[in-house]
Design a binder for this molecule. Structure first.
Ligand code: ARG
Length: 457
């Protein structure tokens, strides 16, 4: 059934129908469409626009349709243009005359604006919940590894020693900010467009506060043109998901590096890695690589929607139908990536001795040697130069700073004493870093407690 046959004298060309139709993808929000219609008719009856009796018949019919879609008794067939027409046509089939009153005071423009918002609002919460699970796993790993040493890098070169807790803690902060962004989006988007009509409201005495309340919104939107033309919340959500994917992708990249034969910092669980069809020795980090790879898809969706929206005059234009497929894909991709990534890091193990040895090599304690000299009164710039000479000497002899004898130290600077060994030991280098945000266990414990509290609230 078409919702707009009256002024037409010809059937729609089949290719036009196919090109125009959105049912193949907008059936994803059949539930939201029906929930929105139930709220709409509840309000229509409360304001006396339709009778209580019609309302009850319509709601029964809509619930029946929902139930039948869920059980598979009702198949969503392609001859309808979109989910809105599909539901309305089936309602009229089932309940007759009262069904024809459902669309009173409503347009598909405010209907689709509502459906997409309801669908997205749920998904914002779902993504938020998945991030919470990920944070729980990250925090567990942090708690267990405040003394698991590893090198920290800048320019992918060993820089200073840190711990696994500290490294994972960096990602904790990123995903925590991501959740903050989702909360902001939720609050900003949570206003109901229903009752905006095609673009200019309606002449019926609709109670928009009531429908907003029935559907869990903070209130109705305040401009009917904006209501049907606004896709900002989708752009914001795609942007937030792009940032989430960027974080997951950076983390994945590190996991891929750590999992390489050269690093061997971690061991991925067999259930979360894959083999090679030809090289029997291989155990590949495909999940991490796929997460890294899929990031492009989500960025692409953001660019695509921004580009679609940029030239659209007010109010509704059919271009906006393009928001759906790419948003659905980005949402499903992001959710899948967060879940898989969470499982992968939850099951992986750390080769602690390899990590610790790696942290000991590469002069990661050079800054601490300089700070030692500063502690003995040497100006930092001079200390930097002296330690530079030590490093050169060690490179030549193929040894670490810790391997030098006191005489060798003194030959470069007489300021060195026996306590240099303690000062530049790996443990000291990390443990002395006790300011909040630093890797020392004392500081980490405080951060872990704060983040534990954050996850409880
Ligand atoms: N399928 C359409 C969309 O996704 C629904 C709104 C149709 N409105 C209209 N005036 N043709 O945007």
């Amino acid at each position: 059934m078409k919702l707009w046959g009256g002024r037409f004298t010809k059937e729609t060309n089949q290719l036009v129908h196919n090109f125009n139709a959105s049912l193949s993808f907008d059936q994803k929000f059949y539930k939201q469409d029906i929930d929105g219609s139930i709220a709409h008719v509840t309000m229509l009856a409360a304001t006396g626009i339709i009778s209580e009796n019609d309302k009850n018949i319509i709601i029964e019919g809509l619930k029946g349709i929902k139930n039948d879609i869920e059980t598979g008794a009702l198949e969503i067939s392609e001859e309808h243009e979109d989910i809105h027409s599909f539901v309305e046509a089936h309602l009229i089939d089932r309940v007759g005359e009262p069904g024809k009153r459902l669309h009173t005071g409503r347009s598909r423009n405010d209907q689709v604006a509502l459906d997409m918002k309801l669908y997205t609002r749920d998904e914002v919460e779902n993504v938020n919940e998945l991030l919470k699970n990920l944070l729980e796993v990250i925090l567990r790993i942090m708690k267990e590894n405040t003394k698991t040493f590893m090198p920290g890098f800048t320019h992918l070169q060993k820089a200073q020693p840190i711990t696994v807790a500290h490294h994972f803690g960096a990602y904790f902060e990123m995903f925590k900010r991501d959740r903050g962004r989702l909360n902001d989006i939720y609050n900003r988007m949570n206003y109901c467009p229903l009752g905006s009509g095609a673009l200019a409201g309606t002449t019926y005495p609709l109670d928009r506060d009531l429908t907003a309340k029935l559907l869990g919104f903070d209130g109705p939107t305040l401009n009917s043109m904006d209501s049907v033309a606004d896709r900002d919340y989708l752009i914001e959500f795609l942007s937030a998901m792009s940032t989430i994917m960027m974080h997951l992708s950076r983390f994945s990249e590190e996991i891929i590096i750590w999992n390489s034969n050269e690093y061997s910092f971690i061991e991925l669980d067999d259930a979360y890695s894959t083999g090679s069809s030809i090289m029997p020795q291989k155990k590949n980090p495909d999940i991490a690589e796929l997460v890294r790879g899929k990031t492009g898809r989500v960025y692409g969706a953001l660019m695509s929607l921004l580009t679609t929206m940029k030239g659209i005059p007010l109010a509704y234009n059919k271009d906006m139908q393009e928001d759906k497929e790419l948003c659905f894909d980005a949402i499903d991709t992001t959710k899948g990536c967060i879940s898989l990534f969470t499982g992968m890091i939850d099951t992986m193990s750390f080769n602690k001795s390899v990590m610790e040895n790696s942290a000991k090599n590469g002069f990661t304690n050079a800054t601490d040697a300089a700070d030692y000299l500063v502690g003995k009164g040497v100006p930092f710039r001079d200390a930097h130069g002296i330690v530079g000479q030590l490093v050169l000497y060690c490179i030549d002899k193929n040894m670490a700073l810790d391997d030098m004898t006191l005489d060798e130290f003194k030959a470069i600077s007489p300021v060195f004493e026996e306590d240099i060994y303690e000062a530049i030991s790996l443990r000291t280098c990390v443990e002395k870093r006790t300011t909040i945000g630093a890797p020392g266990a004392e500081a980490m414990e405080k951060v872990i407690a704060i983040n534990e509290e954050y996850l409880r609230s």
